[in-house]
Design a binder for this molecule. Structure first.
Ligand SMILES: C[S@@+](CC[C@H](N)C(=O)[O-])C[C@H]1O[C@@H](n2cnc3c(N)ncnc32)[C@H](O)[C@@H]1O
Length: 265
C-alpha cells in the first residue's frame, strides 16, 4: 500500500492488505461507543444511561454499537494491529471510561503488553451542568507494544520526555521525569480547524508528544481511524510516514485539505 494516504476503507478490511510486521507504530483513536440512540434520534438531549448526558457531544452512527458488538470489533481490529505492528513498535489508543476497559481487557487477552496508562488532563474541560457528579476532565491513553515483554524492544526517547520544556503543561517540571498525567489543553489552533471540524478531533500538541516519545524519523505509522487526519498531519509534520483508513468521505476530504495545506498532497 502507498504511504501518506488516507484510504476510504474500513480499517478491518484495509489492514488485511498490510504485511505482517510492516508497521512501526499505531495511533488509534477508535469510536468510544458513546452515541447511544444515534439511529433513532439526532437530539443532543438523549441520555446515555450510566454515563451522564453531557458526554454526548457526538450522535454518529459510527459511534453506536451494542456492547458485545463493540467488544468484538475491538478484538478484531486489535488482532490485525498485533499482526502488522513490529515488535519494536508502539501502539497508542485513546479512550474514556466508556470504552477503555474493553480495550484494556482485549489487550490483555491478546497478550499485548501495556507499557503505560496516560491520563490526559483537560484543564479546560466543559463544566458539569447537572451538578450530580464530578466534572469529567480527562481521557485515557494506553501505550502498548507487541514485542516480547522480557525484551522490551520498543523505542522510548527518555531524554526528549525529560528535557524538553513543556511550558503549557503545569504538571511537568523542568528536567524531571515525565509522569503519566499529561496536562495538555484540548484547544485547537486556527489551522487545525480551518477546513472543518471533527466531533472528537485530537489536538496536534498531544500527538506531537506521542510521536516524539516513541517513534523515529522515517518510521511508518498506521492510523486505523483517521477522522479529519490529525494523526496523519502530526506524522507528516514530524517527518514520519503514515497509512490511514477512514470510512467517512467528508472527513477524508477535510483531512486531505489539511495535508495539502502542509505541502503533502
Ligand atoms: C474518534 S474518531 C477519530 C478522530 C481523529 N482522531 C481526528 O482527530 O480527526 C473515529 C473515526 O473513526 C471512523 N471509523 C469508525 N469505524 C471505522 C472503521 N471500521 N474503519 C475506519 N474508520 C472508522 C469514524 O468515521 C471516525 O471519523
Amino acid at each position: 500500500m502507498e504511504f501518506n494516504k488516507i484510504y476510504a476503507e474500513d480499517c478491518l478490511s484495509g489492514m488485511k492488505k498490510l504485511e505482517d510486521n510492516s508497521i512501526d507504530f499505531v495511533i488509534a483513536d477508535p469510536p468510544y461507543n458513546l452515541s447511544k440512540g444515534a439511529n433513532l434520534n439526532w437530539s443532543g438531549d438523549i441520555k446515555n444511561l450510566g454515563f451522564g448526558g453531557k458526554w454526548i457531544k457526538t450522535m454518529e452512527t459510527w459511534d453506536d454499537m451494542p456492547l458485545m458488538k463493540y467488544a468484538e470489533f475491538t478484538s478484531l481490529w486489535l488482532t490485525e494491529v498485533k499482526r502488522v505492528l513490529k515488535p519494536t513498535g508502539s501502539l497508542w489508543i485513546f479512550g474514556t471510561y466508556h470504552n477503555i476497559g474493553i480495550v484494556n481487557f482485549t489487550l490483555q487477552i491478546l497478550e499485548i503488553e501495556i507499557i503505560n496508562e496516560i491520563a490526559w488532563f483537560k484543564r479546560n474541560a466543559f463544566p458539569q451542568l447537572g451538578k450530580r457528579r464530578f466534572t469529567a476532565s480527562h481521557e485515557t491513553i494506553l501505550w502498548a507494544h507487541t514485542g516480547n515483554p522480557k525484551k522490551r524492544e520498543y523505542f522510548f526517547d527518555y531524554e526528549y520526555t525529560k528535557e524538553t520544556p513543556f511550558p503549557e503543561d503545569l504538571i511537568k517540571k523542568e528536567n524531571k521525569q515525565m509522569r503519566t498525567v499529561w496536562d495538555i489543553p484540548n484547544n485547537k489552533k486556527k489551522e487545525e480547524l480551518m477546513f472543518g471540524k471533527h466531533p472528537t478531533q485530537k489536538p496536534l500538541r498531544i500527538l506531537d508528544r506521542i510521536i516524539h516519545s516513541s517513534t523515529k524519523e522515517g518510521w511508518v505509522g498506521l492510523i486505523p481511524f483517521a477522522g479529519v487526519g490529525s494523526e496523519c498531519v502530526a506524522c507528516k509534520k514530524n517527518n514520519r510516514n503514515f497509512i490511514g483508513f477512514e470510512i467517512n468521505n467528508e472527513y477524508i476530504d477535510i483531512a486531505n485539505r489539511r495535508l495539502k495545506n502542509i505541502g503533502l498532497l
